[in-house]
Design a protein around this ligand. Structure first.
Ligand SMILES: Nc1nc2c(ncn2[C@@H]2O[C@H](COP(=O)(O)OP(=O)(O)OP(=O)(O)O)[C@@H](O)[C@H]2O)c(=O)[nH]1
Ligand SMILES: [Mg+2]
Length: 317
């Protein structure tokens, strides 16, 4: 059996070392990691994937830690992905997260991992897709993805989640910032954390007001939950809110639709790889320079050259 199949089997058998190794392959963007994701995909599709997003410091990690503990008391196995678009592994913020998350890391039913980019465009959302697939196939019932929400890659990452929880904290201008970041549209559940600070009720009203403007006609109206994450207050209510959203997705048929979308995405990724490999081969072929010159001088159409590259790859493999 090849190395990918062996590792995939280890992951299916829920071996933590296999899970860790597979995540490393995926994070590096290696072809073996991509093969692994394709191998595991049909075993995935059971987990509830929950995105936790919000501005820096609003309390996402603290909340994730509390959520993980609350879910463990309900016998759920929990996978946690902390997605950091900029910092490398050794970054201080991630180290801080590790320390705060250690309660749950100690527990057998929790697996926590940070993912960081290696600078390639789209690499992070692809790595997150792979990591979620892997954790799902490894039997984690709920997968929590923490990300700082604002940029394009974060929005893409949140599209991988079934339920996106937008975390805000009371304070001047929070509501305005949320609109600016386009974050209201992506949330299915809202949290006003740090409810021990002044202004939490005001924030809840402001969010409700803004949601009502555009969403009253929707079948799912996002609940707004107040929490004090470092004390665990409101966390049970938050668990109920995300579970209720999960039930809504299942009953409305949207869950099946999302799974079909992910399957199409998997095929799209495989196709992208195929094109990349075909181009690599073509650039190494002895007639590459000649082909390029022909296209440059107008003797040959670029589409015709692409067809020739495709044909050659099909006959070679
Ligand atoms: N007063 C108060 N402090 C909180 C609460 N929740 C978290 N904190 C504190 O807020 C700080 C930031 O919390 P984190 O959980 O690291 O926030 P984060 O959103 O994960 O931060 P980044 O990952 O850096 O974006 C920490 O010092 C927490 O202890 C809360 O409900 N009330
Ligand atoms: Mg954090």
């Amino acid at each position: 059996m090849n190395e990918v199949r062996t590792l995939a089997n280890g992951i299916r058998q829920q071996q933590k070392r296999a899970v860790a190794r597979g995540l490393t392959w995926i994070e590096r963007g290696a072809p073996s990691g991509q093969e692994l994701v394709r191998d595991l995909f049909s075993d995935a599709g059971r987990a509830h994937v929950i995105g936790i997003t919000g501005a820096p410091g609003v309390g996402k990690s603290t909340l994730v830690n509390r959520l993980a503990l609350a879910l463990r008391t309900r016998e759920r196995k929990v996978g946690i992905l902390a997605v950091d678009p900029s910092s490398p592994f050794s970054g201080g913020a991630i180290l801080g997260d590790r320390i705060r998350m250690q309660d749950s890391v100690m527990d057998e039913g929790v697996f926590m991992r940070s993912l960081a980019t290696r600078g390639h465009l789209g690499g992070l959302s692809r790595a997150t897709f792979g990591a979620v697939t892997l954790m799902d196939a490894a039997g984690y019932d709920v997968i929590l993805i923490e990300t700082v929400g604002a940029g394009q890659s974060e929005v893409e990452i949140m599209q991988l989640a079934h339920s996106t929880v937008v975390v805000l904290a009371p304070g001047l201008g929070d509501d305005i910032q949320a609109i600016k970041a386009g974050i209201l549209e992506i949330g299915q559940v809202f949290v006003v954390n740090k409810a021990d600070h002044d202004g939490a009720d005001h924030s809840v009203r402001a969010i409700r007001g803004m949601l009502t403007l555009g969403m009253e006609h929707l079948a799912w109206f996002p609940p707004i939950v107040k929490t004090v994450a470092d004390r665990g207050d409101g966390v049970d209510e938050l668990v109920k809110a995300v579970e209720s959203h999960w039930g809504y997705l299942r009953d409305s048929g949207q869950l099946d639709q999302m799974r079909r979308g992910q399957t199409a995405h998997l095929i799209e990724l495989a196709l992208q790889d195929w094109v990349k490999f075909a181009l690599n081969d073509a650039q190494k072929a002895p007639d590459w320079e000649a082909m390029r010159d022909q296209v440059r001088s107008g003797i040959r159409d670029a589409g015709d050259a692409a067809n020739a590259i495709i044909q050659r790859r099909i006959t070679c493999h």
